[in-house]
Write a protein that binds this ligand. Structure first.
Ligand SMILES: Nc1ncnc2c1ncn2[C@@H]1O[C@H](COP(=O)(O)OP(=O)(O)OP(=O)(O)O)[C@@H](O)[C@H]1O
Length: 313
């Protein structure tokens, strides 16, 4: 087996805007993150995939600078920003790294119109100098996220559907001209029928604006729609990562295989008792995956898998 340390993984590549190295985050005795190293690059999305509680949101919040790691380093454009810097630097980074949250209903202030939600950041960050410029910029932003500017700008959040609200949230994140977009389960609270539209919107703006994107999801199947790279997390650790096509096409870690086998396949016939068998199998995989080793194998170029640890007899 080709065993290599974590420091030779994708986190060492040079063109990264954000680079995390060996990030750990504990909450009391809970180790939410246990050595996360990854890089976000312009025009590319990295999907962080795993089940509830594996540490995805904690990682997203650290990248968005809403939380700080217990140890490890975060670099932004090559500069160590692990500790918050001076006010001007910190303001610049907060602008440069924007977050789209899971809940489109909670993220907009019900007392303000869509126009207010978008004009405010435009004016605050100097992307519009007066009301006229703000009006034109709001119209462009709304059109860019697929909303009718004339109709939508004057509406209030309660007058919009979930999908429209999430589009407004995306427009608001774009209003400040970010370099990095962190999207934390951006479709999980939306109607199934519109999830793909939102993913396609994110993929398009990533491409057109050359954004580096961190896409958080529990659904590995959606990673293929948007992300060039995937990191599969289990219990705060990266267990398998690399190019999306390699990880999804040739999953090597039992937990990645479990996530992929849980993706519904309409062509697979229903077999009585399969749910119970699947749940028992899932418990078995989790039990075997938890004692993880430090050994990381490079399966093929830029596709890595962590070895299982020793399961107590
Ligand atoms: N502020 C906090 N205080 C205490 N424990 C926390 C806090 N934030 C996260 N945790 C714990 O850290 C672990 C990882 O949580 P996190 O929210 O990052 O996981 P997740 O993969 O995003 O899950 P979900 O998809 O349910 O949001 C969990 O055990 C969680 O209970």
């Amino acid at each position: 087996m080709n065993v290599m340390p974590l420091t030779t993984t994708m986190a060492d590549e040079d063109d990264a805007i954000v680079r995390l190295k060996d990030i750990r985050r504990s909450f009391g005795t809970v180790e939410a993150l246990r050595g996360i190293s990854l890089a976000l690059k312009p025009g590319r999305a990295l999907a962080l995939v795993g089940e509830s509680g594996c540490g995805k949101t904690t990682c997203a919040r650290i990248v968005a600078r809403l939380d700080a790691p217990t140890s490890g380093t975060m670099a932004f454009r090559g500069a160590d920003v692990t500790q918050a810097g001076g006010r001007a630097d910190e303001k610049m980074r907060r602008r440069a790294i924007q977050m789209v949250f899971q809940d489109p209903f909670a993220s907009l202030n019900p007392v303000f119109s869509v126009y207010h939600h978008l004009a405010r950041p435009l004016l605050l960050h100097g992307h519009a100098k007066n009301g006229g410029e703000a009006k034109a910029a709001v119209a462009r932003l709304l059109a860019d996220v697929g909303l009718d500017a004339d109709v939508t700008a004057r509406k209030f959040p309660h007058e919009l559907s979930g999908g429209q609200r999430q589009r407004v949230n995306i427009a608001r994140a774009l209003a400040v001209g970010p370099d990095v977009l962190v999207a934390d389960e951006p479709t999980s609270m939306l109607d199934v029928s519109i999830r793909l539209d939102i993913l396609e919107l994110l993929a398009r703006i990533k491409r057109e604006r050359n954004l580096a994107m961190l896409y958080i999801t529990h659904d590995i199947a959606t990673a293929a729609h948007i992300a060039e790279e995937v990191v599969v997390m289990f219990a705060g650790q990266m267990v398998e990562w690399g190019e999306t096509s390699a990880v999804i096409g040739n999953p090597r870690h039992p937990y990645t295989q479990l996530l992929l086998s849980a993706v519904p396949d309409p062509d697979r016939p229903f077999v009585p008792g399969q749910s119970a068998r699947f749940l028992a199998h899932a418990d078995d995989v989790r039990r075997k995956s938890r004692p993880a080793s430090d050994n990381v194998e490079e399966v093929t170029v830029n596709h890595f898998v962590r070895a299982l640890g020793r399961t107590p007899a």
